[in-house]
Design a protein around this ligand. Structure first.
Ligand code: AMP
Length: 504
């Protein structure tokens, strides 16, 4: 299939707008596909001048910008491997990624250069800088533009993305040109993305959601992106009338709904709202429909696989479900321990197979082998079940499962009941060490503004709805749940914070 960048046809679409960037709240001049290609060619020239060879790793810890996107394209164009890092990482974490990838080039914000330079020197990597305005030594290095796109095979690695692993060291998932391209094509077709679309892009581009689902799909379709450095609900509401597509995480939707300006009229021109990266509450889905007259399309994927399932474009977008498998992708539910395939309705391990599934973890063949079945199915680590008509419903991460007195408790089930109670905004259910039960079901609850539900009331209200072993032994109130940039509740952090709750 060749190099992914070829599929974007930057030269063929030279006159079409690709990006309308916003910097510090101000709209900038549109950037055409041709401009983007020219910038990528300039950066590719710099990579050539540094002697980067196909397969070499380029680590990028840069703010979201047009230049940051061009660096991604330039890296792929030269057959090198793009390694985007979360901008929130601390120097010590970055050092791990530099060493682990044996990077040849590090691109960072000028302010971070003094700290990162000695680390890069230690592994013989070059350092270039790029700030949020596209300035820095990457842009200033004189080099002849290199527009050539090197041929790549389908299974050549295009990018390594480190997964937000909550236990042990992060693992680098190797995504190939074939993985990225097949997934972008499937999503473009399923979601009917065309050159007429305008996407409101407020996701970070160091993560698979913003970079691969957002940028790859839009560039493949020849569409346009309103490119925002971060999510600002007021700005999003201003821009909604100019867009046709928005991709978001649950937090985006919750925050947009807290603004009274959100109504049917404001989204009249919107064709598609998608949501993923973390579970969208069925209640949020319904509330959004009532407020806007549009149904959010929830989908499910992960760094290692790109997108696996999606609610349909035309058919029913079911609240609380992530929809059926994408065309070309196979999904099954198994008993985690044995791999035995389970029938519809039974909760088990979600496994997937298809051209979207990654090549393996960078330099971790054993970890890779442990997460695949002998027949090639990838074990996602997510638990869920299939409906009779093939819709997947996720019940949580396997590692978040609570085992209390020998019984399995799926946190999602308990959370759903708690969230339905009066005065509760949201909740997270975790298992904490307990002398008698092994783990004790524990609920962390965020109350709605102006209400003060108490522990007893919650426990009593749940008594009629859940079996005794599923009831939270304790309910703890917090002002908000700890979340990462992608809106995922950090349960490991909660488990750590309350580790001693039952031993005191
Ligand atoms: P990441 O690799 O950071 O993209 O995280 C992937 C994980 O996010 C998946 O394995 C799921 O646990 C979770 N996830 C992604 N999309 C959804 C969704 N729509 N509903 C529930 N969990 C999701």
């Amino acid at each position: 299939m060749g190099n992914l960048v070829e599929a974007f046809d930057l030269a063929g679409r030279a006159g079409r707008p690709a990006l309308i960037p916003f910097v510090k709240g101000a709209e900038q001049r549109p950037v055409s596909y041709g401009d983007l290609g020219a910038l990528a060619a300039r950066f590719a020239g710099v990579l050539d001048r540094l002697g980067l060879a196909p397969g070499d790793r380029v680590v990028a810890k840069v703010e979201k910008s047009v230049a940051g996107l061009a660096l991604y394209l330039a890296t792929l164009q030269r057959g090198a491997v793009f390694v985007p890092l979360n901008t929130a990482y601390r120097p010590q974490e970055v050092e791990y990624f530099l060493r682990d990838t044996a990077a040849r080039l590090v691109v960072c914000d000028p302010a971070e250069r003094p700290v990162l330079q000695p680390m890069a020197d230690g592994i013989g990597a070059a350092v270039l800088t790029l700030d949020a305005d596209g300035k820095g030594s990457l842009a200033e290095t004189a080099a002849a533009p290199q527009p050539a796109i090197l041929p790549r095979r389908e299974d050549d690695v295009a990018a390594i993305l480190y997964t937000s692993g909550t236990t042990g060291k992060p693992k680098g998932a190797m995504l190939t040109h074939g993985n990225l391209r097949s997934n972008a094509e499937a999503l473009r077709d399923l979601w009917r993305v065309t050159g007429n679309d305008v996407m409101l892009h407020a996701l970070p581009i160091f993560h698979a959601h913003g970079l691969f689902v957002g940028c790859n799909v839009m560039l493949l379709a020849g569409a346009r992106m309103l490119f925002l450095p971060k999510f600002d609900p007021a700005q999003m509401l201003d821009l909604l009338p100019r867009a046709t597509v928005m991709m978001g995480i649950p937090t985006f939707y919750a925050r947009l709904m807290s603004d009274p300006r959100l109504d049917h009229d404001r989204v009249a021109g919107m064709r598609l709202f998608t949501c993923g990266s973390a579970p969208l509450l069925a209640a949020t889905h319904r509330e959004w429909s009532a407020r806007t007259g549009t149904a959010i399309l929830e989908r499910y994927g992960m760094t290692e696989t790109g997108m696996n399932t999606s609610n349909p474009y035309d058919g029913e977008r079911r609240p609380g479900s992530v929809g059926p498998a994408l065309p070309g992708v196979l999904v099954r539910i198994t008993r985690a321990e044995t791999g035995e395939v389970l029938p519809a309705g039974e909760v088990g391990m979600i496994e997937v197979k298809g051209p979207n599934v990654f090549k393996g973890y960078w330099q971790l063949p054993e970890r890779t082998a442990a997460e695949f079945r002998a027949d090639g199915w990838f074990i996602t680590g997510d638990l869920g079940f299939l409906s009779q008509d093939g819709y997947v419903q996720i019940v949580g991460r396997g590692k978040d499962l609570v085992i209390t007195g020998g019984y399995n408790v799926y946190p999602k089930e308990v959370e759903t009941e708690i969230d339905a109670l009066e005065g509760v905004l949201e909740s997270a259910v975790i298992g904490l060490p307990h002398a008698d039960f092994g783990e004790a079901v524990t609920a962390i609850v965020v109350a709605r503004a102006g209400t003060a539900p108490d522990e007893r009331a919650i426990q009593t209200a749940l008594r009629d709805r859940l079996a005794g072993f599923k009831l939270p032994k304790r309910v703890i109130f917090l002002a908000e749940l700890p979340r990462n940039t992608m809106g995922k509740v950090q349960k490991a952090q909660l488990r750590e914070a309350y580790r001693g709750l039952y031993s005191a």
